[in-house]
Ligand binder design. Structure first.
Ligand code: 26V
Length: 835
């Protein structure tokens, strides 16, 4: 692969040696005419023999299934070859993640096998439109947001780089809820991606592990030998494997995503059933199968929290058992585990792996504690994805004791061995409390981040700033005890999905100008720099963008009824709805802009469409109120003739991976406006910049590195830095209304006066009150800077050539954010696997 121009690599990053991106093996190439015919025959055969219908009666769904099965076949040989290679003794990566936010797989697989045109032609010959078929596939939404989508990008990238890897997670029957808006309020509806057959997966009914819960621990003291412990659990659940092939770029390598489904050990209590208790006879089964029923069960209740802990242990235990079984089969001796496997814990959700791996090695395989600990800590690694205190996982000791009594003992022992040297040297008690795995400040809790940190070989953050903050805040004392353990691995995205597939128009322009090599080497994008000032190229760049904007305008009209002008500035804010992501700051700017236009309707205003999309957690009332506010503001603004043609506001419902694929190519402006210090990295910021959107953002997460890559003049940075936020907070200024500007005051009073909620003028009082009394997220503190920067955006927009130049330079200079670069760094520094 071409090395990145040194000036484009953020200073915080290490430069890789120049080396080819892909090994030369027979790459998948676009299909020929005879291949198209063969593929057509394959689809017809699937339609007849697997779907059980014929072309005259086939529905779009039947065609989708037949096509997916035909495509899947093309990956099978490669999968078997890759599996063979994986077995050959190469080190394998095991990516443990409670979430994989995959989206649709048909386009991904077709694209990576270079079969898109072949499939299009084959289907066209049968009178079927590929795009219509693609739209049938449900999104696999087995994740909430950034963390789950990162896991999906990493899986694709590992396959593309031929890194032998297993993704391990849960096969949720219901993924992230479907969002509907009723009168502007979010409603959550169950998501049903498995209601029809999933053509990508293989059920491995013979690959089943027992995962147990509850019960008690028996001790077997022996003189001269360490006491042995045996866990006598009360409950057993079976974990059944479902495998999905993950096809890498050009089909050179295929990895496995192995998701576990929970099944009751006993399907039915026959005695109870026969005695007439038909429901009670199935109770154990319902309880067992609840584990893989839904992604992220509500954690408002005790029962919800317990289910979540059961999910975490369930997939962690099954995955470790699977890994140990494979290792034993291939290599025999467990002492060599770290030479053949690297486990990456995606956040703390699988942090119980530290205790479970110790239990499996010591209690079940009878290794000595110290040997087992050396194996575990050389195999495990942990990625942290947030520093927000409310999001740091901790489990009540009482719950752990009841559900996982042996693991609690092991955790206590790990903690003792970790604290004992400090106690011996009479370290400060505050230090001991700070680094202890058990938090005893209010009640007793197991700190999962601490457990993962202590059990890991390497611990990483996901952007340069985030990693620095990890060292300075949450993990400060642990970092001092284990210096060098924390490393940075700035996130990346897979360009195959987020450029090639999502934006074929731009991709075509890029291959025309830069050649096919740009598909293999994100570093080649930099050659676009020389065209940034070329007006003929700019025209072509704008025209492909305008095609994407027309598509988005059509989608907006279909889904919301709002007509938007594709020539307006599309200002896009898409991500989970969260106070720290500050959708509210954006809405307040809309309100201020609306008021300004109404006050001076005769002035020239840049036509803008503000587009929001994102889901709020079902129990996060304030986030849901923010959605309602966006919708209320939209209603008033969109029906006001005074601002017609200058301002429109849209909230697109049910944001998901597929919707993102349509929105991102059409974005002119990318809103990345989190309170500095709170967004660990962001990855939407990378997707939008890659597709030519200019960023308006704070110096937070990976925005900082994006600025270093694209250049200060091609990004709109505003607001307080993370350090300034700290100072501001310490000075108590976030509790002081006195500093509010007249413009901010005015926007707030419009909302308070019910200008957008005439039916219920007090609807937003709680939001406004929070801003006035404790503006935790610095909405007021950053507003004026945000407003002023938005006006700079307006100015640049009025110079189409200057805007396009900046836009081209964004695409040209963000090659470094390819997930391939991130995966190479993990492979080199953490996993020690060759790439
Ligand atoms: C944060 C919070 C904060 C307050 C309470 C509820 C809550 C729940 C979840 C989270 C975030 C959990 C972890 C996560 O998804 N982190 C995201 O990981 C992405 C991939 O590394 C990264 O780009 C995002 O910045 C980060 O928020």
């Amino acid at each position: 692969m071409e090395s990145f121009d040194q000036s484009l690599v953020p200073s915080s990053a290490h430069q890789d040696e120049a080396e080819p991106a892909y090994r030369a093996s027979e790459p998948a190439r676009p299909a020929s005419g005879t291949e198209t015919e063969a593929f057509q025959q394959a689809i017809l055969a699937k339609l007849t023999y697997d779907v059980g219908t014929d072309p005259a009666h086939a529905t779009d769904h039947d065609w989708f299934t037949a096509t997916a099965l035909a495509v899947r076949d093309r990956a099978m040989d490669r999968w078997m070859v890759s599996k063979g290679r994986n077995q050959a003794g190469d080190k394998q990566v095991c990516y443990f993640s409670l979430e994989f936010l995959i989206g649709r797989l048909l386009s991904d697989t077709l694209n990576n096998l270079r079969l898109t045109d072949c499939a299009r032609d084959a289907l066209a010959g049968l009178g079927v439109d590929l795009d219509r078929i693609r739209a049938i596939e449900p999104d696999a939404a087995l994740g909430n947001g950034g963390l789950g989508r990162l896991a999906a990008c990493f899986m694709e990238s590992m396959a593309s780089l031929e890194v032998p890897a297993y993704g391990y997670g849960i096969r949720y029957e219901h993924g992230l809820f479907r969002q509907e808006l009723r009168d502007g309020w979010q409603q959550e509806l169950p998501e049903d991606w498995l209601i029809r057959e999933n053509p990508w997966e293989f059920e491995r009914s013979d690959l089943v592990y027992r995962v147990t819960f509850g019960g008690f621990v028996e001790e077997f003291p022996a003189s001269g030998r360490p006491t042995r412990f045996a866990w006598k659990p009360a409950e057993t659940v079976q974990a059944v494997a479902f495998d999905t092939p993950v096809v890498g770029w050009r089909g050179r390598h295929v990895n496995t995503l192995r998701l576990w489904s929970a099944r009751a050990a006993e399907p039915l209590r026959l005695d109870a059933f026969n005695s007439g208790d038909h429901v009670g006879a199935l109770a154990d089964r319902a309880r067992a199968e609840a584990i893989s029923r839904v992604l992220y069960p509500g954690d408002e209740t005790e029962a919800g929290r317990e289910l979540r802990l059961r999910q975490e242990f369930f997939f962690t235990s099954a995955s470790l058992q699977d890994l140990l079984a494979r290792h034993t089969r291939l290599h025999g001796d467990l002492h060599t585990l770290p030479d053949h496997a690297a486990i990456q814990l995606n956040d703390t959700h699988p942090a119980l792996a530290v205790a479970e791996l110790m239990r499996l090695l010591v209690d079940e395989r009878h290794l000595a504690w110290d040997d087992a600990w050396a194996i575990a800590t050389r195999t495990l690694n942990y990625t942290n994805h947030t520093l927000m205190p409310e999001a740091l996982e901790r489990w009540p000791v009482s719950l752990m004791e009841q559900l996982l009594p042996r693991h609690l003992q092991i955790i206590y022992h790990i903690n003792w061995l970790h604290l004992e040297p400090l106690i011996r040297r009479s370290a400060d008690i505050e230090l001991i409390k700070a680094v202890s795995v058990i938090d005893e400040s209010q009640g007793r809790y197991v700190r999962m981040g601490h457990l993962a940190f202590i059990g890991a070989h390497k611990v990483n953050g996901v952007s340069a700033l985030h990693t620095d903050l990890m060292r300075q805040t949450v993990f400060r004392d642990l970092n001092a005890l284990y210096p060098g353990r924390i490393v940075n691995k700035t996130n990346g995205i897979t360009f195959r999905r987020w450029l090639h597939q999502a934006n074929p128009q731009l991709t075509q322009l890029l291959t025309q100008e830069l050649g096919e090599a740009v598909l293999d080497d994100p570093g080649a994008l930099i050659k676009l720099e020389r065209l940034a000032d070329d007006s003929a190229f700019q025209d072509r760049f704008r025209s492909q963008r305008s095609a994407s904007k027309i598509s988005l305008a059509k989608l907006v009209a279909d889904r919301t009824g709002v007509q938007i002008d594709p020539s307006a500035l599309f200002d896009i804010h898409i991500k989970r709805i969260h106070e720290y992501k500050r959708q509210l700051l954006n809405i307040l700017e809309v309100v201020a802009l609306y008021d300004a236009i109404r006050s001076e309707p005769g002035r020239h205003w840049v036509p803008r469409v503000k587009i929001f999309a994102g889901k709020a957690a079902a129990s996060y009332h304030r986030a849901k109120l923010i959605i309602k506010l966006a919708n209320d503001v939209a209603k008033i603004v969109n029906s006001d003739p005074v601002v017609a043609g200058r301002l429109k506001v849209v909230f697109l419902p049910n944001y998901n991976v597929s919707l993102a694929e349509t929105i991102i190519p059409a974005a002119d402006l990318s809103e990345q406006i989190s309170t500095a210090g709170m967004e660990a990295s962001g990855t939407g910021n990378m997707k939008l910049a890659l597709n030519g959107a200019l960023t308006i953002g704070t110096l937070d997460g990976a925005n900082i590195e994006i600025r270093e890559c694209v250049g200060e003049e091609n990004i709109f940075i505003f607001g307080m830095t993370a350090e300034e936020v700290e100072t501001y907070r310490k000075a108590g200024l976030h509790r002081d209304r006195a500093g509010w500007s007249a413009r901010f005051e005015n926007a707030i009073s419009l909302i308070s006066a019910g200008a957008f909620s005439p039916d219920d003028p007090h609807r937003f009082d709680s939001l406004i009150h929070a801003l006035s009394s404790d503006d935790t997220f610095m909405v007021a503190g950053d507003f004026d800077s945000y407003w002023a920067t938005q006006r700079r955006v307006d100015e640049l927009w009025q110079e189409p050539s200057a805007w396009s130049r900046a836009s081209v330079l964004n695409t040209a200079r963000v090659g470094w954010f390819s997930a391939d670069r991130t995966i190479r760094e993990y492979a080199d520094d953490i996993w020690k696997v060759p790439v």
